[in-house]
Design a protein around this ligand. Structure first.
Ligand SMILES: Cc1ncc(COP(=O)(O)O)c(C=O)c1O
Length: 391
């Protein structure tokens, strides 16, 4: 038939989806699979948000909105960023997107030329590797190491900067490690970004999923950083709205006017009634978010304790997101082999660490966005399967 374009060679299928599809197939065949592979909250969207969407539809808000998003949602986002993140934005510095995924795409498409280098973490949410490659840009990875509690190593990062480096991506709390980059780390990073005149793309989609009193810091709030930072965020994770496809970018107007030109040709705008619901999420759903956070923390503690008690397995206690990055090096197998083994023998779906980059070798990612009871059951099954493997 027809060949795909050359640039499609940079677009593999996601390793997460590959695992999920295999797990779903087994489930359809009657297996009792525990899904710990996907980063999708298991909670329903809070009722106030759903009610806002129903109301919006009933009021006839069913038409295109401005490419930038509705004035109401942009104002609510700007207010939120000022109130919660300590960065003053005006509504015109906000672009409403179809999830943070689209924000990522627009930022990269609008600002990277072929050959430009972008610093990205390793391991990382894969879009930050493949979207730059799609546009001929070069992702240069900086390593997040377990022994460093996955904090960014400044020396290593700075060593990787060349005269082609234009952008740096940070993701805190991070996928897949769950690590929250400390204020100290971010201050050092800010100094490097200023010294080398880099655009910073800060993915803060997990900002509210944070435990044990740890504080999230937005790099844009540090002195001299707003002018070079594109902050990406979305409603999927913190409000349990993955299917609603709503996100936003916050940045100075010059960045936004570049990004909106990509957005207008791909999506036009986010769904009108979804945007209305987004306003209510930001203004009224905090108590619901905090209930979810409490439950995630309970699940995290349960899984981390169980994993660290298993022979040959260890993990850090992640401070944020809903992932645990588990060290399984002692089994002497690849991450992919371990993930496949757990799916086949424990019927627990996980993601091989290598799905997030080369630094993921020897690790698997578990998502605790599934019920406490299923986590307890999963831990029993994993422990039994690993005991078998050690024999
Ligand atoms: C770090 C990170 N950024 C962005 C996204 C995408 O979120 P959205 O549903 O808003 O497109 C994800 C989803 O897994 C993620 O892990």
């Amino acid at each position: 038939m027809f060949d795909t374009s050359k640039r499609m060679e940079a677009l593999p299928f996601s390793g997460i989806r590959v695992m999920m599809e295999r797990a779903n197939r087994m489930q359809r065949e009657g297996e009792d699979i525990i899904h710990m592979e996907i980063g999708r909250p298991d909670f329903d969207t809070p009722q106030v948000i759903k009610d806002a969407a129903y109301k919006s539809l009933e009021a006839g808000h069913v038409f295109y909105t401005s490419n930038y998003g509705t004035p109401e949602l942009r104002a609510a986002i700007a207010e939120k960023l000022t109130r919660e993140n300590g960065v003053e934005y005006k509504p015109e510095e906000i672009l409403v997107t179809i999830g943070a995924s689209e924000g990522t795409y627009c930022a990269i498409a609008a600002f990277l030329n072929p050959g430009d280098e972008v610093l990205v973490p390793n391991p990382v949410w894969l879009n930050y590797l493949h979207v730059p490659e799609f546009f001929g840009a070069v992702p240069v990875t900086y390593n997040l190491k377990e022994e460093n509690n996955y904090q960014i190593d400044m020396e290593e990062l700075e060593d990787k900067i060349t005269d082609r480096t234009k952008m740096m991506v940070i993701n805190t709390p991070g996928n897949p490690t769950g690590t929250v980059q400390s204020r100290e780390t971010l201050e050092k990073l800010a100094a490097i970004a200023k010294k080398h005149d880099l655009i910073v793309v800060a993915d803060e989609i997990y900002e509210k999923l944070i435990y044990g009193g740890v504080k999230h810091v937005s790099i844009a709030s540090l002195p001299g950083m707003k002018e070079r930072t594109i902050t990406l965020n979305g409603f999927s994770k913190c409000y349990s709205m993955t299917g609603w496809r709503l996100g936003y970018a916050a940045a100075p107007v010059d960045f936004i006017s570049g990004m909106v030109r990509v957005h207008q040709y791909v999506n036009t705008c986010a769904a009108s009634f979804v945007q209305d619901a987004g306003v209510v999420a930001l203004r009224e759903a905090e108590p619901d978010v905090q209930k979810m956070v409490k439950e995630y923390e309970r699940r995290r503690d349960c899984a981390v304790k169980a994993l660290n008690a298993m022979d040959g397995v260890s993990c850090r206690t992640p401070e944020g997101a809903f992932y645990i990055f588990v060290n399984v090096k002692s089994f002497g197998k690849t991450s992919k082999e371990i993930s496949d083994y757990l799916l086949d023998h424990a019927k627990v779906a996980t993601v091989p660490g290598t799905a997030f980059g080369s630094m993921g070798e020897g690790y698997i990612r578990l998502s605790y966005a599934c019920s406490y009871e299923r986590i307890v059951e999963a831990m029993k099954r994993i422990e039994a399967a690993f005991k078998e493997l050690k024999k």
